[in-house]
Design a binder for this molecule. Structure first.
Ligand SMILES: Cc1cc2nc3c(=O)[nH]c(=O)nc-3n(C[C@H](O)[C@H](O)[C@H](O)COP(=O)(O)OP(=O)(O)OC[C@H]3O[C@@H](n4cnc5c(N)ncnc54)[C@H](O)[C@@H]3O)c2cc1C
Length: 322
């Protein structure tokens, strides 16, 4: 078997096949472990925990933890300490331990970018690797919205927002899903003026409206400016290096840093799926799985790669079907 992508899904599948005595090569272009340990779940939860502890410490007397207020560090040193902890939790983005672990289980790890060149063959940076069964577990990338002027301003995706050493004075997050809400809290907890702009009329669309309303109240209580039912029409750079966002309805926001959290795009472009007769469906995970499994029997897409909900446990528990 060849597994393309060593994220939560690919590592799980390849490790399981090797444990069962199968012969399996795992192809990874970047880090073994994928985004979760280094660029998403772990660093975001690390920063959230630090921000929440800081907030609780401010309310220590009210919460019954102390009879007198405790002195907290200023935002800047506290943020730097949180970043140090974040970087330890995410292994300083070093996958050496994960790579050793997967090899110890008997998986052949091939570093490089894989591309399907025809039935039964994957090219990894010029090296031809044959397969009987193929698992496509290449995950997703942050979606980049087509906003006029985006290329003229400082804009991060969640990857940069969760690896940057410093904090901006102000930021505007586009997208009020789980990622946008987490990043807003993580930064606002350290004194960053955060604005969250969401085109839908509620946060975390798809969740119950009452829960979303409660979440908005909670975030506003943490000094996060939330603009619902609002879209950014255009962005421009100001003379002093800020980003100016022109919102529909005519209002304007000036901010130091823009963060894009408008969803993720399956990382299937350039994979060569067409060489084995597969067109990734954009209509949902199930359809893509069905197409993948029926058109080219040994091939399987996994949730991280398919459109639809993306969570590490889902990536880890979906079984390839063939
Ligand atoms: C900010 C943020 C916070 C999150 N927090 C949580 C959370 O708390 N809980 C949770 O369950 N989920 C969370 N998620 C979602 C979770 O990170 C993903 O669902 C999960 O990591 C997806 O795993 P995956 O294996 O499908 O993809 P990935 O982890 O993206 O792995 C895909 C791998 O494939 C590699 N690759 C791509 N193309 C090629 C190629 N051609 N050749 C070789 N290798 C290739 C990539 O380099 C990558 O390592 C979060 C996401 C974000 C963005």
């Amino acid at each position: 078997m060849v597994v393309l992508g060593a994220g939560s899904a690919g590592e799980w599948v390849a490790g399981g096949v090797a444990d069962a005595g199968g012969s399996v090569a795992l192809v990874e272009a970047s880090r073994v472990g994928g985004e979760c340990p280094y660029a998403s779940c772990i660093p975001s939860k690390g920063m959230l925990r630090s921000a929440h502890v800081r907030e609780d410490a401010r309310r220590l007397v009210e919460l019954g933890g102390a009879s007198a207020a405790v002195a907290l560090d200023e935002d800047e040193p506290a943020y730097r300490a949180a970043v140090r902890r974040r970087d330890v939790l995410s292994s300083h983005r070093d996958d050496a331990d994960a790579a050793r672990g997967i090899k110890r289980r008997g998986v052949t790890l091939i570093r490089g970018t894989g591309r399907i060149t025809g039935p039964g063959v994957v090219d990894v940076d010029g090296r031809q690797v044959g397969y009987h069964d193929l698992v496509v577990a290449t995950g997703s990338r942050p979606a980049i919205p087509p906003i006029k002027g985006l290329d003229k301003v400082a804009a991060w995706t969640s990857d940069q927002a969760l690896s940057a050493p410093g904090r901006p004075a102000s930021l505007m997050i586009l997208g009020g899903g789980a990622v946008g809400c987490e990043l807003a809290q993580a930064y606002a907890g350290f004194g960053v003026a955060a604005t969250l702009v969401e085109a839908a009329t509620q946060l975390v669309s798809g969740e119950d409206a009452a829960i979303a309303a409660e979440l908005a109240t909670m975030l506003r209580g943490r000094n996060i400016d939330i603009r619902l039912g609002t879209e950014v029409q255009a962005l421009e750079a100001t003379a002093d290096g800020q980003a100016r966002a022109l919102l529909d309805g005519g209002s304007v926001i000036e901010t130091e840093q823009v963060i894009l959290a408008v969803g993720r795009t399956p990382a299937t472009a350039g994979l060569g799926l067409d060489a084995i007769g597969i067109t990734p469906a954009d209509t949902g995970a199930r359809r893509w799985m069905r197409d993948a499994t029926s058109k080219a029997r040994p091939t399987c897409g996994l949730p991280g790669t398919s459109p639809g909900p993306r969570r590490t446990p889902m990536a880890r528990t979906t079984r390839p079907r063939w």
